[in-house]
Design a protein around this ligand. Structure first.
Ligand code: ME8
Length: 641
């Protein structure tokens, strides 16, 4: 039976849609999950949303909506984003689900029965942004948040406490006995010294907060959001709902998190589990931050890149490659559009794309599109040796979460083969009959190296790998290739007809990318906030807005923006000219309800009289008109007030 591998992303806060820095955690996890599947593991990959707590309650209040409505809306945005980024998670958990409530309450019951809960009063400072307690809390001076350094808020109330202080020795023993528990190594030392410094008991309930999971034995309290959210890693797997699945896949092999939330995962989480007699996860893998101009990208700083925007301008595959190639896993990394463009052109267009298109073109030109069996091998061993070394290094690097090194390995092979083409000059030897066996060998080596490259790229760039696979004329799904058995071989490429196809990565021009980004940003910018001067109700009453049905619609000759509409206002019909010709086809308008300013002074345009004005929302930088509609049928001539 295949070995299991259970991995999680953090559960994302639903106060706002994700930014690119946050999306990185999930893209990394998706890559690991794809890699592990291709290594033969039985993978379960969970992601989800953290929907409770003061931060969400406050955001919802500011927006004037219920916290659950905010959670539903932002959760849907996460789902859409993950789908468009090719994220293939097996499991989802929302902390507002009933099965999650059951799991949180069950864990708590076990912790309490084991004697690790007591009631007291919490007095101290709290960071709502990180949902974290600030230690060293005297009464008068606010302690800055230990995680983000922001100002904290004072609170004092009755609370249930978890005896975290009793876990210091057990945690230190756990770190010592499981050297791989915190990855990478550098982060481990931070956590060990934090725990060696002494642990204080942790307040795990809030009385003044409404938005959370209630305690099973005291419904006046809800759980502290981290106690609630961390439990998502087991509730989403089946703890308290699908015991078979839970037992099969728990303990988790890896919780992947950003360094800002390492303490919650490496200290609180194993302690909660130990207290409930549930095994601790096998490892907490933490990565660094994406920075913009040397500052952490964060929703509250507002210096974020929207992953949806970058996806539309740059493309998912290039971004996935960039994020994994550019950041040395574990360290911080600056994000700049210039470096994305640079990598796209040098690694993807010149390196990979070029190798594929040259190979397809040469096999087409010299061998009618069919890859020959390797003829006379002469100095090709280095290409084969490079491939073997690259595969071994790639696996070792991937297993150690060194994604950028693993991708460097793949590009060593690509560069070696591009150089090999130049060394062998297929265009020259093609002219000499006696060199035919040599040319066969060169064409075969290029094709086989591309087959291996496609398989190695599949975890990071699934669609690109698929495209290379298809262009090579290979059947099946490249994602089904087993990386643990990947090796140079004569089949299946010898004798194979290449399918060819489009250029994989056209070169991109940095200026064009900036222009497109700006245009998209302007289009998605919030509408202008400045209002027209205040008017009284009497002023408004002067504007007679009426409903009407379009009974005729046609272009105005010589005016590409205008349509001539005949409107039925119930009590009369009249002609109105509307500047919507670029956005609405006349035939789609007939029968449609519109709103018209009925008492507007008539105007002549293009020799026609317009008796009123059709009302539309004006959207985006070029003021695209969007006609007003109603959510139920209304009679013609009704007045809008
Ligand atoms: O922390 N660079 O959720 P979240 C890299 N709900 N990663 C970043 C980043 C940046 N600039 N900014 C954020 C939470 N992240 C909790 C988790 S788990 C039981 C509860 C990462 O939406 C961050 O480190 O604030 C985390 O891994 C992820 O985005 C989600 O952050």
């Amino acid at each position: 039976m295949a070995e299991t591998f259970y991995m999680t992303t953090p559960l994302y806060y639903v106060n706002a849609p994700p930014h690119l820095g946050g999306a990185y955690t999930t893209i990394v996890c998706d890559t690991i999950a794809r890699y592990k599947r291709m290594m033969g593991f039985d993978v379960r990959f969970l992601t989800g949303t953290d929907e409770h707590g003061q931060k969400i309650q406050r955001s919802a209040r500011e927006q004037g909506i219920a916290p659950k409505s905010l959670a539903d809306r932002v959760h849907a945005q996460y789902e859409d984003l993950w789908r468009s980024y090719g994220i293939r998670n097996d499991l989802w958990i929302r902390t507002t689900e009933e099965r999650h409530y059951r799991a949180v309450q069950e864990i708590y019951r076990r912790v309490r029965e084991n004697g690790f809960i007591y009631k007291d009063e919490y007095r101290g400072w709290y960071c709502v942004s990180c949902e974290a307690y600030a230690p060293g809390s005297g009464g008068d001076t606010p302690a800055p948040c230990p995680d983000c350094g922001r100002e904290t808020e004072w609170f004092s109330e009755e609370s249930y406490f978890f005896k975290l202080s009793e876990f210091q020795d057990r945690l230190l023993a756990h770190y010592r006995d499981h050297p791989d528990f915190i990855r990478p190594e550098t982060r481990r030392n931070e956590v060990v010294s934090f725990v060696e410094g002494g642990l204080r008991d942790l307040s795990i309930s809030r009385k003044t907060l409404e938005w959370g999971v209630p305690l099973p034995d005291d419904a006046e309290h809800v759980f502290y959001v981290w106690f609630d959210a961390l439990t998502g890693y087991i509730s989403g797997l089946g703890f308290a709902s699908d015991t078979d699945r839970f037992e099969k896949y728990w303990p988790a092999d890896a919780h992947v998190v950003g360094k800002d939330i390492l303490r919650f995962h490496a200290v609180y989480w194993p302690a909660f589990l130990m207290a409930a007699d549930v095994p601790a996860p096998k490892s907490i893998v933490s990565h660094g931050w994406w920075l913009f101009k040397d500052e952490k990208m964060s929703k509250s700083r507002g210096n974020v890149f929207s992953p949806a925007l970058l996806r539309d301008v740059i493309g998912v595959e290039t971004l996935r490659y960039f994020l994994l190639r550019e950041m040395v896993f574990g360290q911080d990394c600056n994000l700049s559009i210039a470096s994305i463009v640079e990598r796209s052109n040098s690694d993807l267009a010149n390196g990979l794309g070029n190798l594929l298109s040259r190979t397809v073109a040469m096999v087409g030109k010299y061998r009618d599109g069919v890859v020959p069996a390797p003829g006379r091998a002469d100095g090709d061993a280095d290409v084969r040796d490079t491939a073997a070394r690259v595969i071994a290094d790639y696996v070792a690097n991937f297993d150690a979460y060194r994604f950028s090194r693993a991708l460097e390995n793949v590009w060593e092979l690509i560069a070696r083969v591009n150089k090999y083409i130049v060394e062998n000059q297929p265009w020259a030897i093609a002219r000499k009959q006696e060199e035919a066996p040599r040319l066969d060998s060169v064409l075969f080596h290029c094709s086989e190296a591309l087959r291996l490259t496609a398989a190695l790229l599949a975890p990071v760039m699934p669609e690109t790998a698929r495209a290379v696979w298809t262009q090579l004329g290979l059947e099946g799904d490249v994602a089904d290739v087993r990386l643990d058995g990947l090796a140079w071989s004569e089949s299946p490429m010898a004798g194979r007809r290449l399918a060819g196809g489009d250029v994989l990565f056209p070169r991109v021009d940095a200026k064009a990318v900036y222009a497109k980004l700006e245009a998209e940003l302007a289009a998605s910018a919030p509408p202008e906030a400045e209002l027209a001067p205040t008017i009284g109700i009497d002023d408004f009453a002067k504007v007679d807005l009426r409903t009407a049905t379009v009974i005729e619609a046609e272009p105005v000759p010589g005016a590409d923006k205008l349509l001539r509409l005949v409107l039925d206002l119930g009590f009369e019909t009249r002609q109105v000219l509307a500047g919507i010709a670029k956005y609405y086809a006349p035939e789609t308008l007939v029968g449609r309800k519109v709103v018209v300013v009925a008492n507007l002074q008539p105007r002549r345009m293009r020799g026609l009289e317009s008796n009123g004005m059709v009302v539309a929302a004006s959207v985006g930088p070029d003021d695209t008109p969007v006609l007003v509609g109603f959510d139920q049928d209304v009679p013609d001539g009704a007045r809008l007030r």
